[in-house]
Design a protein around this ligand. Structure first.
Ligand code: NAD
Length: 283
C-alpha cells in the first residue's frame, strides 16, 4: 500500500518557512517583497487562481498587486504595463495569468517580462538555464513536485523516471529537473507508442496529462513513486490523471488529488518571488 505524499502539509510547512524568511528580509533590508499579477479578461477559473495567489502572498507577508484589464486590451497596452513593471524597482515578481485572450501573442508577451522578475520561469532565458542544467527560476508546478520528492526522501539519482506530458508549463521542465538530479528520464505524450509498457518501467512516474483516471495499475511498476499532476473536473468533482483506487495498493508513494501537487504550486510561487527579491535586492 502506498504512502500518501501530503502536499497540503508539505506546502503549509514550506509557506511557514517563507513567511519567516520574508519577515527576516523585511527587517534587514526594509524592502517588502512585491508580486504583481496581470489578469486579462474574465475567465472565472483564472480569477479564482489569482485570488488564491493574493491570499497566499498576504499570509506570507509578501505584498501583492493585481492589475485587472479588459479582455479587449491591446497587445501594445499589455506590453506597456509589463515594461513599466520591469522598470519599477518596487516590483520583484511579475506573473501573467494564463490563458490570455486569443488576440494576444502570449509567447511574445511572456518574453517581455524581465527574466529576473519571471516568477513563473516561463521566459526563454529561464527555460534555457533550466535545460542547460542551471535551474534558477523554474515553473512552480514541477518545482513543487521536486520539493515533494525531497520532503519524502524519494531517491532520484540513477532511477528511471517517466513524465507523461510535454507541455512547457509542466512536462518539459519536470523532465529537465529530474535529469538535473541524475534520473534517467523519458518524456511521453499523446503520440507515444505503447505508453503502458514505457510507464511500467518507471521508478518515478509523473502524470501531467489532463485525462481523469487514465493511469491505472496496469501502467505502474510495483513499488513505484507516482505523482499525479492532473486536475480535471468531472461532474463538479476534482479528479487527477491517476486512478487512485487501482494504483494505491501497488505504489510505494502516491500523491492524492486534491491535496497533492496543487498546494505545492502556490507555495513554490512564493518561493520564486523571494528568489527574485534576493536577486534584485542583491542579498
Ligand atoms: P497540456 O494540455 O498542455 O499538456 C498535456 C500533455 O499530455 C500533452 O503533452 C499531451 O501530449 C499529453 N497527453 C494528452 N493525452 C494523452 C494521452 N492519451 N496519452 C499520453 N499523453 C497524453 O496540459 P498541462 O498544462 O501540461 O497540464 C496537464 C495537467 O496538469 C492538466 O490536468 C492540468 O490541469 C494539470 N495542472 C495541474 C497543476 C497543479 O498545480 N496541480 C498545474 C498545472 C497543470
Amino acid at each position: 500500500m502506498a504512502q500518501l505524499m501530503d502536499g497540503k502539509q508539505t506546502a503549509i510547512a514550506l509557506r511557514e518557512q517563507i513567511k519567516i524568511q520574508t519577515s527576516e528580509l523585511i527587517a534587514k533590508y526594509h524592502i517588502i517583497p512585491h508580486l504583481v499579477v496581470l489578469l486579462i479578461g474574465d475567465n472565472a477559473a483564472s480569477m479564482s487562481y489569482v485570488r488564491g495567489k493574493e491570499l497566499a502572498c498576504q499570509k506570507a507577508g509578501i505584498k501583492s498587486t493585481i492589475i485587472k484589464k479588459e479582455d479587449t486590451t491591446s497587445q501594445a497596452e499589455v506590453l506597456e504595463i509589463i515594461h513599466q513593471l520591469n522598470q519599477d524597482s518596487n516590483v520583484h515578481g511579475i506573473l501573467l495569468q494564463l490563458p490570455i485572450p486569443k488576440h494576444l501573442n502570449s509567447d511574445f508577451i511572456i518574453n517581455q517580462i524581465s527574466p529576473s522578475k519571471d516568477v513563473d520561469g516561463f521566459t526563454w532565458t529561464n527555460v534555457a538555464k533550466l535545460s542547460n542544467g542551471f535551474p534558477h527560476l523554474v515553473p512552480c508546478t514541477p518545482l513543487g513536485v521536486m520539493r515533494l520528492l525531497q520532503t519524502y526522501q524519494v531517491r532520484i539519482l540513477g532511477k528511471r523516471a517517466v513524465v507523461i506530458g510535454r507541455s512547457q508549463i509542466v512536462g518539459k521542465p519536470m523532465a529537465a529537473l529530474l535529469l538535473k538530479d541524475h534520473a534517467t528520464v523519458t518524456i511521453c505524450h499523446s503520440k507515444t507508442a505503447d505508453l503502458r509498457a514505457v510507464c511500467k518501467e518507471a521508478d518515478i512516474l509523473i502524470a501531467a496529462i489532463g485525462v481523469p483516471n487514465m493511469i491505472d495499475s496496469s501502467y505502474v511498476k510495483i513499488g513505484a513513486t507516482v505523482i499525479d499532476v492532473g486536475i480535471s473536473k468531472v461532474d463538479g468533482v476534482i479528479k487527477g490523471d491517476v486512478d487512485y483506487d487501482s494504483v494505491f495498493p501497488i505504489a510505494a508513494y502516491l500523491t492524492p488529488v486534491p491535496g497533492g501537487v496543487g498546494p505545492m504550486t502556490i507555495a513554490c510561487l512564493l518561493e520564486n518571488t523571494l528568489t527574485c527579491y534576493r536577486d534584485l535586492v542583491g542579498v
